[in-house]
Every structure is written in C-alpha cells, then in structure tokens.
Design a binder for this molecule. Structure first.
Ligand SMILES: Nc1nc2c(c(=O)[nH]1)N[C@H]1C(S)=C(S)[C@@H](COP(=O)(O)O)O[C@H]1N2
Ligand SMILES: [Mo]
Length: 196
C-alpha cells in the first residue's frame, strides 16, 4: 500500500497560528452519526461530469488503497498530530468520471445533510483521500462511518464525514458552515476561520 505523509507535517510552522496540540480527535458533528447499512450505501459522483456514476461500498474497496498520515486542524483550535487514515485518493475520481472543463469546485454531500465546498486545486491534492479506516480500524461511527473525506491543508470542517457524494460545480458555492459564517476556503496557516 502506498504511504503518503502530508507535506503539512514537515512545515517549519507545523502548528498553525492560534492552535494547540491535543492527543486525540475530538468528535464534532451537527447531529448524531447516521445509521448506515453498507449494502445500501451508495457514493454518487455528479454535477459537471460527462456521465454520472454511482459506486457501491464494494466498488470503493476495489480502488487503489493509500495510507495517509496527516495532522488534523479544527477551527475550534485543537490540532491532532499524525492521524493515520486508509482509503483512496480523490484523484482516483478522475479515472471514474470525465470531469467537464467547466468544473472549478466540488460540493461534498453527507448522509447527515452536511455539505462543504472545496476548490478543485485543493480537492485534487495528493494528500486528499476518502478514508474508510482510522488507525487501521474501520472508521468509527462518530468519525464518519462508512466513508469520510480528509483534506489536511484546510480546517477540519472541510473533512466531511459520512460522505454520500461529490458534486462537481461550475461555480463555487458555500456549504453548511460556509453559509453560517465560516471562511469560504479555510486555510489554517492564514487563520481563515470566519468570513467576516
Ligand atoms: N458530515 C459531517 N462531517 C463533518 C462535520 C459534521 O457535522 N458533519 N463536522 C466537521 C467538523 S467541524 C470537524 S472539526 C470534523 C471533526 O471530525 P471528527 O469528529 O472525526 O474529529 O468533522 C467535520 N466533518
Ligand atoms: Mo471543526
């Protein structure tokens, strides 16, 4: 299995401004984790693509696996070092759908109704993965079972849990927290916490 250590882990200013280290991931979510039955689970890829695709969980397990090691930075100021995830890289989606040239951004959709937007140049970074394992164990329910996104270079609200689909968009549009005052991008080293 390919191992990827996010380049953020070797930054000289590894801990972003206004953050402190904690020893574990703290559970944060807009509601209780949704009950998910793997046999009924579907991952939909839609929007600015030539042809929509729907993957089952089995399809997802067939994709090339990677182990990502990355620090995790929450906007509420805790940061957890060296979190280990297993899943597939976001760039794999390029092999599954033909993305239209009009696409500039994605909206991640989740089973709890959560959404978050990410510009394509961040979404297709090498260290962006959809994870189904956390520290070698199946993803726990409250950390995003069965599948979550991990975007190390942005605040953790962009790392959507319980992912049900990716929508390619021809115009950036705010997701759940971005509509409620969080920054549209959310770079921790620029302290892009809020939009005002
Ligand atoms: N679907 C979904 N994903 C989500 C959230 C949420 O409420 N729903 N919260 C976000 C926030 S604010 C943070 S800090 C991280 C927390 O991840 P953790 O609970 O695994 O530590 O998940 C992010 N992803
Ligand atoms: Mo967060």
């Amino acid at each position: 299995m390919k191992k990827i250590v996010s380049p953020i882990n070797s930054r000289e200013d590894r801990l972003p401004p206004g953050q402190h280290w904690t020893g574990r991931l703290h559970v944060l979510g807009i509601s209780d984790p949704p009950d998910t039955d793997l046999s009924g689970y579907r991952f939909r890829i839609f929007g600015e693509v030539e042809r929509e695709e729907v993957l089952t969980f089995e399809d997802i397990l067939d994709l090339d696996k990677v182990n990502l090691i990355a620090d995790f930075h929450c906007v509420t100021r805790w940061s957890c070092p060296d979190v280990s995830w297993i899943g597939f890289q976001a760039t794999e989606l390029r092999k599954i759908v033909k993305i239209k040239e009009t696409a500039v951004s994605v909206m991640i959709h989740s089973l709890d109704g959560y959404t978050t937007n990410i510009p394509l140049e961040y979404f297709f970074d090498d260290d962006v993965i959809f994870a189904y394992k956390l520290f070698d164990s199946p993803l726990p329910a409250d950390h995003g079972y069965p599948l979550r996104l991990v975007v190390p270079k942005l605040y953790a609200w962009k790392s959507a849990k319980f992912v049900s689909g990716v929508e390619f968009m021809d115009k950036d549009r705010p997701g759940f927290w971005e509509q409620r005052g969080y920054h549209i991008l959310g770079d921790p080293w620029k302290e892009q916490r809020y939009s005002v």
